[in-house]
Ligand binder design. Structure first.
Ligand SMILES: Nc1ncnc2c1ncn2[C@@H]1O[C@H](COP(=O)(O)OP(=O)(O)OP(=O)(O)O)[C@@H](O)[C@H]1O
Length: 302
């Protein structure tokens, strides 16, 4: 189980204070898949980095199966598997199998154990026949599967995944999701994603972050019900604050999906149940912190 309580983390860059995570509370029960969603820069990766003991929070408590991430980081690392999607996180010239054996030994397995685990996992993720192919020749889907296999090397009880299907084609990501679902029966899984179809398909619980704060949490159905009906509006020139609701432009007109209670100028052409994407758009800002970023590499660092 993962328990996150009143978690906050601020970064200071020059004279700028960035409240990356602001009083975040949620739980992921054993055997559950939970997703954190939010705009770019909402704080998702920072939450995962704190859970995985890579960075220390300013305040709040986080525990993994009862172990506090600040007081017992070693225990936490033992029960945690982290799936990273950075291309540079594997050795290009080594084969998939060699990479897994290498990382297995780094994580404390003997060469024999690492080879055994690597074989079992490559079979599980469907990469065994590609075991001797150099990592640099792997497709994105294969690289993601290898990353999942690496996260599972020590048979962790809790798995963190940061945008696991990023860059994967729809069929490969479906296949990947089935794999994650199979795993979830015995594991606790927390993932971040920008793909609402994926989140609906996989996650039992969803936490929506906006500028570091939790703005909603619940099941996909609960979040959709909270928004209710969506009006589809054809409008000539929607106000700038409605820009995030625009789903298409049709010549001189724009199509907008807005919550039914919102007064919007234009012709209503239909009403539909809200999707998870509608709920996300309604609850979060257009804000994109990339404009504020002054640092180079992002995502996970080993
Ligand atoms: N090491 C750091 N130093 C300075 N600022 C940071 C650092 N890590 C994160 N931030 C800032 O904290 C905020 C949250 O970043 P984070 O990477 O957690 O967002 P995210 O939700 O994962 O975004 P994305 O969807 O783009 O991956 C951003 O404004 C980011 O620029």
């Amino acid at each position: 189980m993962i328990s996150v309580e009143s978690l906050s983390k601020t970064f200071v860059v020059g004279n700028k204070i960035i409240p990356a995570v602001d009083d975040v509370t949620f739980k992921v029960e054993r055997g559950q898949i939970q997703a954190i969603v939010g705009h770019n820069g909402a704080g998702k990766t920072t939450v995962l980095k704190i859970i995985s003991t890579l960075i220390v929070p300013d305040s709040g408590t986080v525990s993994v199966n009862g172990f506090d991430v600040v007081k017992n980081p070693k225990e936490v690392r033992k029960i945690l598997g982290v799936m990273t999607v950075s291309e540079r996180a594997f050795y290009y010239r080594l084969s998939g199998l060699e990479n897994l054996v290498f990382f297995g030994t780094i994580r404390g397995l003997s060469v024999f154990q690492a080879k055994l685990a690597a074989k079992e996992l490559m079979e599980l993720v469907g990469l065994w026949e590609w075991r001797d192919v150099a990592y640099m020749k792997y497709s994105t889907g294969m690289a993601r599967k290898l990353a999942l296999a690496r996260a599972l090397l020590t048979d962790p009880q809790v798995i963190l995944m940061d945008e696991p299907t990023l860059g994967m084609d729809p069929i490969s990501s479906r296949e990947f999701r089935r794999l994650v679902q199979t795993l979830s029966k015995e594991k606790t899984i927390l993932l971040t994603s920008h793909n609402m179809v994926e989140v609906e398909d996989l996650a039992k619980g969803v936490v929506i972050l906006n500028r570091g704060k939790v703005v909603a949490k619940g099941s996909s159905d609960e979040l959709k019900r909270a928004v209710g009906l969506i009006k589809v509006i054809k409008a000539k020139s929607p106000a700038p604050d409605l820009r995030k609701y625009v789903v298409a432009s049709l010549g001189d007109y724009f199509l907008l999906r807005v919550p039914h209670q919102m007064e919007v100028e234009g012709e209503e052409i239909g009403r539909e149940q809200a999707t998870l994407e509608d709920a996300f758009v309604y609850l979060t800002d257009e804000w994109d912190s990339y404009r504020d970023r002054r640092r180079g590499g992002r995502k996970w660092a080993f």
